[in-house]
Design a protein. Structure first.
Length: 472
């Protein structure tokens, strides 16, 4: 636990997926970060259980994808029931075949607590720290840093702070940053982790009923099921085991006794809201503190991890003096627009206006309009890869690109050209022609997006200088 007068480079408030991913990324950069969590332990529930393909790529970069895949499950088909009889199956996702450029195209299912445990374990291996039982009560900042006060224990002084403390963010409230959004559905819902006898684990069981939806889904890597139930607007929801048993018995062919254990439960009303700002001075908002999604689209946790992945390398560059304020300004520019798009997507999926598929994978998201994205080629075809786009994977000349990109560094990539290159503090990878890229010179950011692209390296040195990449 932090003691009075503790100093750190980055204070991260909240040890959910966002905070842990950010701390892990900062640790890879050698940045001292302290995660503070008001709870006595990591969050215990399943809540965000879907890991989209782009998030799997991030986890690959973090070196934990094998651990995730060892315990995660596949999304099972929905099995609809009526009067105790199965009525047929339907896939929730449109299957998309993996390719050389996009090796992960299937969303995996893992309860949030399990994903957090994997991230927490990797953070510990890298020397990172989480201080539990630290409830934030005050936050002030000046030109040189941020001071955080807690209900118990001494203050923490940091050069930067990040709010990763959820949809009811204390940091956001202390900063006076509002959220703009809407209630997606005013009817209450509950989500619970339960044990159930007599249901197979090969299906996501759906029980349509006049009283409201009941859905029971097996959770990969566990013996648990996640139970989701909806209620008419104005209902006082009973969050006890007996209350759940009553719902299950009324809406399905299962008896009350087949629901044997309640392990975690929460009530919510689906909403979509976006913070008015993602930054106030030396404090940044990330994850649910910055955007709150309906769970229907499976985008909340994934968008949150992308926030962390975008912010980590930028904070590291600023803290080491390699880059200035413009780089930190790009976090809000890039991530707020991205989160807004994901909120719209989640809401459409919730309302049945869009099916899960390519759009929910997050592989097509990028930052073409960002000030950090510089495309110097002209006359490109409409479907060409551009600066700001995700850098595709691939294998050429014995090199796997994701292996070359893995780590906290920039990567200078040439494809089908022997163009002379400036001396940069970045590894150089040269591969023959590869249709996913076309021909040219590409500077790949630490978060796997193309920062700069050109037919030759003309103009690259100036861009690299701005990012602190010129070789000493």
């Amino acid at each position: 636990m932090a003691s009075r007068g503790t100093h750190t480079d980055v204070l991260i408030v909240g040890a959910g997926p966002t905070g842990l991913a950010l701390a892990l990324d900062l640790a890879r950069h050698g940045v001292a970060a302290l995660v503070v969590e008001r709870g006595a332990e990591l969050f215990p529930g399943s809540r965000g259980k879907g890991l989209q393909p782009r998030t799997l790529e991030v986890l690959d970069d973090f070196g934990v994808l094998d651990r995730i895949r060892a315990v995660a499950g596949h999304y099972p088909p929905n099995l609809f029931w009526k009067d105790g009889a199965p009525q047929g199956e339907r896939r929730m996702y449109d299957p998309i075949e993996p390719s050389e450029a996009e090796p992960y195209t299937e969303a995996l299912m893992l309860p949030q607590w399990h994903t957090q445990r994997v991230l927490y374990g990797r953070l510990g291996e890298l020397g990172g720290e989480v201080a539990f039982g630290r409830e934030l009560v005050g936050l002030t900042q000046d030109e040189e840093g941020v001071t955080a006060e807690f209900a118990a224990g001494g203050p923490v002084r940091a050069r930067y702070a990040v709010a990763a403390d959820g949809g009811r963010s204390t940091v956001r409230r202390l900063l006076g940053i509002g959220m703009t959004g809407e209630t997606v559905d005013p009817a209450p819902m509950l989500v619970a982790d339960v044990r159930v006898d007599g249901l197979d684990r090969e299906h996501w069981h759906v029980f349509p009923a006049d009283e409201g939806l009941l859905a029971i889904c097996p959770l990969g890597g566990t013996e648990d099921f996640q139970l989701v139930a909806g209620f008419p607007e104005g209902t006082a929801v009973d969050l006890t085991l007996e209350g759940l048993r009553t719902v299950v018995a009324a809406r399905s062919h299962l008896s009350a006794g087949q629901l044997t254990e309640l392990r975690w439960i929460s009530e919510f009303r689906p909403r979509a809201a976006l913070a008015d700002r993602f930054r106030a001075g030396r404090v940044f908002l990330a994850g649910d503190a910055a955007h709150v999604h309906s769970p229907a689209g499976g985008q909340g946790l994934n968008t949150s991890v992308q926030d962390a992945y975008n912010l980590g390398w930028k904070l590291a560059a600023a803290l080491t003096g390699r880059a200035g304020a413009r780089l930190l300004d790009s976090y809000e520019e890039e991530r707020r627009a991205n989160a807004a798009a994901m909120l719209e997507l989640s809401t459409r999926v919730h309302r049945g206006e869009q099916r899960r598929g390519r759009a929910t994978q997050q592989l097509g998201l990028g930052y073409r309009e960002s000030a950090l994205s510089v495309e110097t080629r002209r006359g490109l075809p409409a479907d060409a890869l551009r600066a700001g786009d995700r850098a595709p994977d691939g294998r050429r000349g014995g090199t796997r690109l994701f292996d070359a990109f893995r780590g906290p560094h920039w990567t200078l990539l040439t494809v089908g050209t022997d163009a002379p290159l400036p001396a940069l503090a970045a590894p150089v990878v040269r591969i023959p022609d590869y249709e996913a890229y076309g021909t040219g010179v590409f500077l790949v950011r630490p978060d796997g997006y193309l920062g700069w692209a050109g037919a030759t390296a003309e103009g690259l040195a100036g861009y690299a200088s701005d990012q602190g990449l010129l070789a000493p």
